[in-house]
Structure formats: structure tokens, C-alpha cells
Design a protein around this ligand. Structure first.
Ligand SMILES: NC(=O)c1ccc[n+]([C@@H]2O[C@H](COP(=O)([O-])OP(=O)(O)OC[C@H]3O[C@@H](n4cnc5c(N)ncnc54)[C@H](O)[C@@H]3O)[C@@H](O)[C@H]2O)c1
Ligand SMILES: O=C(O)C[C@H](O)C(=O)O
Length: 356
């Protein structure tokens, strides 16, 4: 495989020749959006997806195009965005779609955005840990975050790229160096763990998953994924066997999908669903809705670690309140100690990548 920087440079050279700063619906057909009578995009939020041509990026773009809170949707990737943007732009929903290809168009993709969602980077293959992705994805996240600091320092950032336990600290360090770090606006997306936990717990309880709420705290990898089954809503009790098997399945849900996909990638469709659920919550918070609460991996003082996933209240300025973990039982307290040990090393690895 070629180093990412070489690929990026080649893409930049080619795209500089082939493409203007962005391309929009109709630009190849003679009927440019700019010439049309209606001017869309006045109401609602401007959202960028970086990694928009990927396994998560494409269904995520589709679902964000349907979201009535989105007025402008920027789709950025280092490959294939012309096709994805053209395709998505034909959907008769409100958001105006623009595509951006390659590093030369990164700044235009990001300028003026309210929310930036980042699923850029390589996924796992069977036998790999999320930390095995660090080598490639750390640099990708660094470059993208440098762009955010330059072009939309006030945007809310939803970071999906793995390993989340390290990429969020990387993003924080980039923003600190640029003088733009606002801990409330940087959110690591752990929503898929909650989505899985709700589904698996509902299965055991014989309930509709939409009626179930399982807080999942800690981080987004193996033992750092800590479901708090003692706090499930509606209040429920489990046998020790159920607790063991539910905890194991929630912690290894990602690996279950990686193995089932047998080398072709990791969770994309359920992740796009989870990402949209989380992004929608962020947008409702930005709009000023009250009582929007979801789990996310954020800068935190809930434990002695500088980052931790827990329930947060989303408002006009991002994660405005971070809730404490609440009472843990003995099983969960033991899990918390294991989680903190692994998380601490992953956070340090991310910080050192930038401070080196
Ligand atoms: N947080 C979570 O819960 C969660 C869940 C699933 C997957 N993930 C992670 O999300 C990432 C993406 O997964 P995927 O299945 O969509 O992978 P994918 O390979 O299908 O897509 C990734 C996309 O990123 C693009 N990309 C690469 N370098 C880029 C750069 N410098 N700038 C912009 N785009 C770039 C690629 O061209 C590709 O289109 C992986 O790291 C994966 O581990 C996280
Ligand atoms: O498991 C992976 O590598 C992808 C993602 O983190 C997931 O939880 O599905």
C-alpha cells in the first residue's frame, strides 16, 4: 500500500487540474444551481461529511440529506465524491449538496460549517484491533482537524474514525495547538455502542429496542466499552449469566461485524444509522431544544482521565453538561477499573502523536 501522504499528494495534483473548488448539482448539465430561481439553504444547519465516499460516508450522506435540520451538505473525500455528490443531490429533500475532492478542496469543504462529521480512515479486517488502525488514521484525523481549526473553528465535531479512544485526544491536541480548542465542541461518537446495547438488551428482555435505554460509558474499544446494565430503562434485573453475555456481546459487537464481513470492512450501515442519530441530537441541541441527552466520548472530569464517554446534554454550544456515572454495582466498578487502564494508554498515545 502507498503511504497516505503520497496518495493525497497525487490526488491533489490530479484534482487541481480537473476540478474547481467544489462541484454542485447541475454543474455538468448546463443548468447550474447558481442560475436557478430558488436559493435553498437559508434555514437549517450546514453539515460536512469527511470520508463521504466510504462505507459509512455514503449511507450517512444519504440519511443526512433526508434530515430536515440540514440546509447545506458538503461531501468531502480523497476519492469518488463527484459520483456520490451527484447521486445524493438528486434526492428531492431540502439540503443543497456540494462535493469536494482531495486535499486542495478541504478548506472549501469546511468553510462555514456548523457540524463536521468525520468517518474518514481505514476500517478493521479480521484479527485486527482498533488500535492497529492508529498508524494510518492518526495522520488522516490530524490533517482534517488542522483544516477545521483553519476554516470552521466553531463547528461541532463528531469524530467516528478509529481508534476513537486515541483520535479524539489527537483532535484535541491539534485544536489546542491552533488555539481553537473548545472541549464542548469535540465529541467522539460512541453511539453505536448504545444502539447495540439497546438492541441486545431488548432481545433478552423481550422488548421493542425503541423502548430501551442503556447507558454505555468509558470508551470505544473492547473492555473500555462499559454498559451500565444496572441503569437500564425501563428498570430491569438480569442474572449474572445474562450480565456476562450481554457485556461481552456489547463490547465485541464491532468484532462480530468485522468477522461476519470476512475482510470486506467493519460496521457501516448500523454505524451510519448511529452517526445520524447522534448528529441529529447535536443539531437539535444547536437549535436550542431542551433535554437532548446522549452518550459521547468527550473531555471530562467524571473520572481522573482527561477523556471519558458518558451521558452528555447537548445544547447550543455542544456538550454543555456532562453527567456523572451514577451508582455502579460491584461488577460495573470492576469493569470501570479495567476500562480506565486501557483508556489511559490509548489517550496518552493520541496526545504523544501530536506532542512528539
Ligand atoms: N466510532 C464508531 O463507532 C465506528 C464504527 C464503525 C467504523 N468506524 C471507523 O470509521 C472509519 C471509516 O470506516 P468505513 O467503513 O467507512 O471505511 P471505508 O474505507 O469504507 O471509508 C473510509 C473513507 O475515508 C476516505 N479517506 C481516506 N483518507 C482520507 C482523508 N485524508 N480525507 C478524507 N477522506 C479520507 C476513503 O477514501 C474512504 O472513502 C474507520 O476508521 C472505522 O474503523 C468507527
Ligand atoms: O469494530 C470496528 O472496527 C468498527 C467500529 O468501531 C464498531 O464498533 O463497529
Amino acid at each position: 500500500m502507498q503511504p497516505t501522504s503520497d496518495v493525497n499528494q497525487r490526488v491533489a495534483r490530479i484534482s487541481a487540474h480537473l476540478h474547481p473548488p467544489s462541484f454542485q448539482m447541475g454543474e455538468t448539465s448546463g443548468l447550474r444551481a447558481a442560475n436557478c430561481r430558488g436559493k435553498a439553504g437559508k434555514h437549517g444547519f450546514k453539515v460536512a461529511i469527511l470520508g463521504a465516499a466510504g462505507g459509512i460516508g455514503q449511507p450517512l450522506a444519504l440519511l443526512m440529506k433526508i434530515n430536515p435540520l440540514v440546509s447545506v451538505l458538503h461531501l468531502y473525500d480523497v476519492v469518488n465524491t463527484p459520483g456520490v455528490a451527484a447521486d445524493i443531490s438528486h434526492m428531492d429533500t431540502g439540503a443543497v449538496v456540494r462535493g469536494f475532492l482531495g486535499p486542495q478542496q478541504l478548506d472549501n469543504a469546511l468553510s462555514g460549517m456548523d457540524l463536521v462529521i468525520i468517518p474518514a480512515g481505514v476500517p478493521r479486517k479480521p484479527g485486527m484491533t482498533r488500535d492497529d488502525l492508529f498508524k494510518i488514521n492518526a495522520g488522516i484525523v490530524k490533517t482534517i482537524c488542522e483544516g477545521i481549526a483553519r476554516c470552521c473553528p466553531n463547528a461541532i465535531v463528531n469524530l467516528i474514525s478509529n481508534p476513537v479512544n486515541s483520535t479524539v485526544p489527537i483532535a484535541a491536541e491539534v485544536f489546542k495547538q491552533a488555539g481553537t480548542f473548545d472541549p464542548k465542541r469535540l465529541l467522539g461518537v460512541t453511539m453505536l455502542d448504545v444502539v447495540r446495547a439497546n438492541t441486545f438488551v431488548a432481545e433478552v428482555l423481550g422488548l421493542d429496542p425503541r423502548e430501551v435505554d442503556v447507558p454505555v460509558v468509558g470508551g470505544h474499544s473492547g473492555v473500555t466499552i462499559l454498559p451500565l446494565l444496572s441503569q437500564v430503562k425501563p428498570p430491569s434485573s438480569f442474572t449474572l449469566k445474562e450480565i456476562d453475555s450481554l457485556t461481552d456481546r456489547i463490547q465485541n459487537g464491532g468484532t462480530e461485524v468485522v468477522e461476519a464481513k470476512a475482510g470486506t470492512g467493519s460496521a457501516t450501515l448500523s454505524m451510519a444509522y448511529a452517526a445520524v442519530k447522534f448528529a441529529d441530537a447535536c443539531l437539535r441541541g444547536l437549535r436550542g431544544d431542551l433535554g437532548v441527552v446522549e452518550c459521547a466520548f468527550v473531555a471530562s472530569t467524571v473520572t481522573e482521565l482527561p477523556f471519558f464517554a458518558s451521558k452528555v446534554r447537548l445544547g447550543r454550544s455542544g456538550a454543555e453538561e456532562i453527567y456523572p456515572l451514577g451508582p455502579l454495582n460491584e461488577y460495573e466498578s470492576a469493569g470501570l477499573e479495567k476500562a480506565k487502564k486501557e483508556l489511559s494508554a490509548s489517550i496518552q498515545k493520541g496526545v504523544s502523536f501530536i506532542r512528539k
